[in-house]
Ligand binder design. Structure first.
Ligand code: UT7
Length: 356
């Protein structure tokens, strides 16, 4: 008998409490709705209220995903948490959510593969389920990016529409230094319950994953880290070294070349063709990246889903959010061949195939 594949049994997602349109960001730095839409496709994103952490968003999304899967917390026997924005330097968010949900002392594993966190995590979840080590696995991809934003409390109040003051020029200039990154990201969490499929023809079919550490400095957070003593310093904060550094052009070029390549590779490994893909759900970093990937693969609009317009880049949460939306809207039907693909800091990139 063929070995059972791993299936998604239920999903859900949550976003930060505040919807922030592009125009709100132009109040605190030199940017515009037109620039952001044209270069990235983004129209709005969500920010959490200060104090709401990544584990809290992960917890909220998990409660909804458990309901969707009709699985009780007591049935979950493994938890995997992917994020690049954990609540603390250590430990990761996995055990925090394990305790909040009352899952008992099950294993809780934390992954940090940034924008490819979902694809790497999915492969680990698949391996655990197929090895019989987990039967009801909770997988979370969550991020609170707003902690990265080097903004004053006053700037945040202006963005959220709770203050109508103007920022001093010096502060606006400081915020403008980071505008190529700060406009892109939003806060959100996606969660999934996974388990063995009853029908061996359905579920996860295969993965292709890669890394290239030779370009780490194209996308990274230089500080805080154990490369320094002490690992966190006031000087670094003053210099803005706690904000992600990004060579946008390099990331863009890597994404538009590696993502189509890895989609073709995973299709070859699973003995299907790109034309067989019913729906491509790629990481949502930039709509222009995903349009270029789509063109390169020759897929029609009906076979690609994007929602970056409404959420911005939510890193490990983008694919679970998009999957959940497609599932609920009927865009994904039983028997459809789905492809997930992503690339991000590391660099890490990869693709997965799943028969719904
Ligand atoms: O998941 C991984 C996360 N990251 C990514 O995937 C990022 C991939 N890269 C990108 O999405 C794009 O490179 C960006 C959207 C980040 C930037 O777009 P770009 O077309 O590469 O713009 P650029 O960096 O070449 O900047 C063009 C101009 C510059 O001005 P000058 O030098 O021509 O006067 C920038 O200073 O646009 C300026 N600029 C902005 N203007 C208004 C940069 N950011 C902004 C902004 N608003 N937010």
């Amino acid at each position: 008998m063929a070995q059972a594949h791993t299936r998604i049994l239920g999903t859900s997602f949550v976003v930060g409490e505040h919807c922030v349109k592009n125009d709100a960001l132009s109040k605190i730095c030199d940017t515009s709705d037109e620039w952001i839409r044209e270069r990235s496709g983004i129209e709005q994103r969500y920010y959490v209220e200060e104090g709401v952490s990544t584990s809290e968003l992960g917890f909220r999304a998990s409660q909804k995903a458990l309901e969707d899967a009709k699985v009780s917390p007591q049935e979950i026997d493994y938890l995997v948490f992917a994020t690049m924005t954990p609540d603390y330097f250590f430990p990761g968010c996995g055990s925090i959510v394990q305790a909040k949900l009352g899952l008992g002392n099950i294993p809780a594993l934390d992954l940090r593969q940034q924008c490819t966190g979902f694809i790497y995590g999915l492969q680990i979840c698949d391996a655990l389920v197929r090895a019989g080590m987990a039967r009801r696995l909770l997988f979370i991809g969550a991020e609170v990016h707003t902690g990265f934003m080097p903004w004053s409390k006053k700037a945040v109040e202006i963005i959220l529409g709770r203050s109508h003051e103007e920022l001093p020029k010096e502060e606006r200039d400081w915020n403008t230094k980071f505008r190529d990154r700060t406009v892109l990201f939003g806060d959100a969490a996606g969660a999934m319950v996974l388990g063995p499929a009853d029908d061996p023809s359905r579920g996860l079919l295969g993965f292709a994953l890669h890394s290239d550490g030779s370009k780490v400095e194209s996308l990274y957070v230089p500080s805080a880290g154990m490369a320094y003593r002490p690992y966190v310093s006031e000087v670094h904060c003053r210099e803005g070294r706690h904000v992600p550094v990004m060579d946008g052009r390099t990331v863009f070029k890597m994404a538009v070349s590696k993502m189509p390549e890895v989609v073709r590779e995973v299709c070859r490994l699973a003995a299907v063709t790109v034309e067989d893909i019913d729906l491509l759900i790629a990481h949502q970093a930039n709509l222009r990246i995903n349009e270029a990937v789509q063109r390169s693969l020759g897929l029609p609009d009906s076979r690609v889903y994007n929602n970056i317009q409404r959420y911005g880049n939510t890193t490990a949460a983008t694919i679970p959010i998009a999957y959940d939306e497609c599932k609920r809207s009927g865009r994904i039907k039983p028997g459809d061949l789905l492809c997930f693909a992503g690339l991000g800091a590391g660099f890490h990139w990869g693709a997965a195939l799943m028969r719904e």
